[in-house]
Design a protein around this ligand. Structure first.
Ligand code: DLL
Length: 437
């Protein structure tokens, strides 16, 4: 196979050199972190007062983990390491409202992030001759602008179509000869079924490949999209805390995601004991971002479950590969690509006096998309025979939930005491989506 490299020297850097590179950048990252209120405090408690306290890569282990909770506690500026006037953009984790996890970027941060995304895109064989339709949400979510800039950096013609509206997507594909797509895997499947429904012939399009990520999916799903659309699908992993997309990506071998070790230090730990797992074993991914000046984050517990694949990749890149991410070590749900914690739903509905004590969150597949149903009990005073006030209440709950989690749920109201009560720990989430991973 003919592989192409965005930055061959870095992508094929011998491991020893990569480690020296990482150590130097780690010292810098500690220096930058010490400028933030959060790490000044956290690192000094761990006896780290200056970058000089980091002497080898082993010293990384002296740095305490950072969690999503810490990021929320530090909202809005606890993790900011530069004066505000140096910040040119912010992004936030999808689906979160209230005290979101917000990441600030300086001009150099944006340009470094862009070149990581460009590296990923180019490594799949794209060139400036490609036409790239970015069918993912723009806005605070990093998927839109992250891929947009990366695509431009490669020199492709970028169509910022955003997600949704399949009929318009087809028109754009036809009118401009789109060759490359980016979307969540569930949206790609949706696009395919709509294509059949609307009688859009695959042969009338020029599609060659797609990037699919932002949510877990299986090898079977990848194969299905590839066969239905006659394209190559590449797995794309990232998270807003670590810039967004561009953290780890498949090369043309399509066998594991190269994690860019010049930009990140990756560790895999046992989420219970917090100790490193043996090489090749699965556990929780912990990431330290190197070279980010506005929002440094050290040893971030991603909660994503994966492991390092053993052995070198035939593509010649030296950066290690991660297995497909199979799930999480916390209760975060990913619904059509949007991250939702059950606690967000609970907070939104429990603040309403009409809502009773019990509720249930149900997830199913509706065709290829996810469907969220929130079932809540209603206090006896609010539960009347007249359906009109009940319909109004249902609509009110739906609106409040949509404002909080950015997803439009189905709402079902139930009489007080009628939803099943489990003995012991309440089971409030029923995920009925097929698990094919
Ligand atoms: O989803 C960034 C992104 C955008 C990645 C576009 C890829 C493409 P967040 O909204 O912060 O950021 O969600 C991050 O989504 O911790 C994983 O749990 C999950 N996730 C992302 N990519 C994958 C993937 C973006 N390829 C969270 N496979 C992460 C499995 C994924 N899970």
């Amino acid at each position: 196979m003919n592989h192409q490299y965005w930055n061959e020297k870095i992508e094929k850097m011998p491991r020893k050199e990569l480690e020296v590179w990482q150590l130097e950048r780690l010292k810098d990252a500690v220096g930058v972190s010490l400028r933030t209120p959060f790490y000044k405090n956290r690192l000094s408690q761990a006896g780290i007062k200056s970058p000089g306290d980091i002497k080898t890569l082993e010293d990384l282990k002296r740095i305490p983990f950072t969690t999503k909770h810490d990021l929320r506690d530090g909202f809005p500026y606890g993790f900011l390491a530069v004066p505000k006037e140096e910040v040119i953009r912010l992004h936030a984790s999808s689906g979160t409202t209230g005290a979101p996890t917000t990441i600030y970027f300086s001009r150099d941060d944006i340009s470094r992030w862009t070149s990581f995304v460009a590296r990923c895109i180019y490594g799949t064989g794209c060139t400036k001759a490609d036409v790239f339709q970015n069918m993912i949400t723009y806005g605070l979510f990093t998927g839109g602008l992250g891929f947009h800039s990366g695509g431009e950096e490669v020199g492709m013609m970028v169509i910022p179509s955003g997600a949704g509206n399949t009929t318009r997507q087809f028109r754009l594909m036809r009118d401009f000869g789109t060759t490359v797509l980016h979307a969540t895997p569930s949206f790609l499947l949706h696009v395919e079924s709509k294509m059949r429904e609307e009688g859009v012939s695959r042969d009338s399009l020029r599609l060659k490949r797609a990037f699919a990520g932002a949510e877990p999916y299986s090898e079977d799903t990848r194969r299905r999209i590839e066969q239905l659309l006659h394209i190559d699908v590449y797995n794309s992993y990232g998270l807003s805390e670590m810039n967004g997309p561009g953290v780890a990506f498949e090369c043309q071998e399509k066998n594991g995601l190269h994690i860019w070790e010049d930009g990140y230090i990756a560790e895999i730990i046992n989420p219970e004991t917090l100790q490193p797992v043996a090489d090749g074993e699965r556990g929780e991914l912990v990431l330290t971002i190197l070279c980010r000046e506005a929002t440094p984050i050290l040893r971030y517990r991603t909660r994503d479950l994966t492991g390092f694949m053993p052995g070198p990749c035939p593509c010649g890149r030296t950066h290690r590969r991660l297995y497909r991410i199979t799930g999480r070590s916390d209760d975060m749900l990913i619904i059509n690509g949007v991250n939702v914690f059950p606690s967000q739903i609970e907070e939104a509905i429990m603040a309403m006096k009409e809502v009773g004590n019990n509720y249930l969150i149900e997830l199913e597949k509706d065709g290829v998309l996810d469907r969220l149903t929130v079932k809540t009990e209603v206090t006896p005073e609010s539960f009347m025979d007249d359906t009109r006030p009940l319909n109004a209440l249902k609509e009110k709950i739906r609106r409040i939930l949509q404002a909080s989690i950015t997803i439009n749920p189905r709402v079902e109201l139930h009489e007080s005491g009628s939803l099943p009560v489990t003995e012991g720990k309440a089971v409030r989430v029923k995920d009925l989506r097929p698990k094919d991973i």
